[in-house]
Design a protein around this ligand. Sequence first.
Ligand code: FMN
Length: 361
Amino acid sequence: MPSELLNLFDYRARAKELMPKTVWDMVHRGAFDEVTTRRTRPAFESILLRPRMLRNVANRDTTTTVLGHTIAFPVMPAPPGQHQYAHPDGELATARAAAAVGTLMVLSHFSNYSLEEVAAVTDGPRWFQLYAYPDREYTRDCIQRAEAAGYSALALTVSVPSGPGAVLARETEARNRFPYPDMPQGNLMKKGPDGVERLLPVLADFDPALTWSSLDWIRSVTSLPIVVKGLMSPHDARLAVESGAAGVIVSNHAARLFDGPITTVEALPAVVDAVAGRCEIYLDGGVWRGIDVLKALALGARACLIGKPLFYALAVAGEAGVRHIFEILRNELDFAMAMCGVRTIGDIDPSLVTRPQLQAV
Ligand SMILES: Cc1cc2nc3c(=O)[nH]c(=O)nc-3n(C[C@H](O)[C@H](O)[C@H](O)COP(=O)(O)O)c2cc1C
């Protein structure tokens, strides 16, 4: 890899030079006035570390588990759709890279390659991200296809109650007349009564009437554990636990659907309190450094996921780029652990982080 690509921000800068502006805007920009988008990095940066010393940090170990799968370090790909906008190998490259570095692949419902095509290129652990469509027959087929193809959990995205709104909110995309979707949509084909496969309307038709009891319906058609993706409120986190979720992903969908929510790292502590150890908690949104991973884990997350950096790595170097950004994050996390007096992931605790209030002097 070129020596100037030292960190994930370097990948972003290089990708900006390489990507067509319309694709860059589609990936990079947030909803409406981008208030939450702009707050995301400062929110991480406002949390500081209280490193500990003289605690024997030889033989550090970054491995952990997510729903029983061992992963080499606590970072996974998030499930953004449409990886082919960044590289022709799309999700195949991301899945191969995830397996090569020893993490778990989370595949988007809106992947360009079908869930079976992705399963065929990796033996690594994988979850399938599901959007619930009002067409229950189609949704059930999707769930059962994922189960048959060896996906071991469903990440049900609940942060998109209305598809068309999502497109409205990204005004840059509207101005650019982004031709979404002009790529293959591997999981969105449905056979009609006439036997002909047709593309379901992307983003146009999620079920706005979904409630917590919809999880019961999902459980009636699959035995896969459900991870609820897109929670920000402790009340919802409690309801997720009571509805039998095996995990929750604290996520505001990269603030690309709606503007104004707090950032995920700000939302995390209340969710952790509400869940009180009853299910696993993951976080995505604005994770760009190993230090961010350490902070999120100290605040109670089990693992983090990264979304936008996947596109930038794919655009710069395909599968090798995705492998490299995960290696960078793992090395940065390992170094941060050494500097903070932490030997294993289990040793990371809330005493390592603080949000200092500066006193005027
Ligand atoms: C271009 C793009 C497409 C996305 N598509 C999906 C999707 O299909 N399903 C989903 O659950 N999340 C989707 N997301 C959200 C990501 O899964 C993830 O929550 C978010 O990108 C994490 O924030 P980060 O980009 O700051 O790492 C998308 C994000 C981006 C940037």
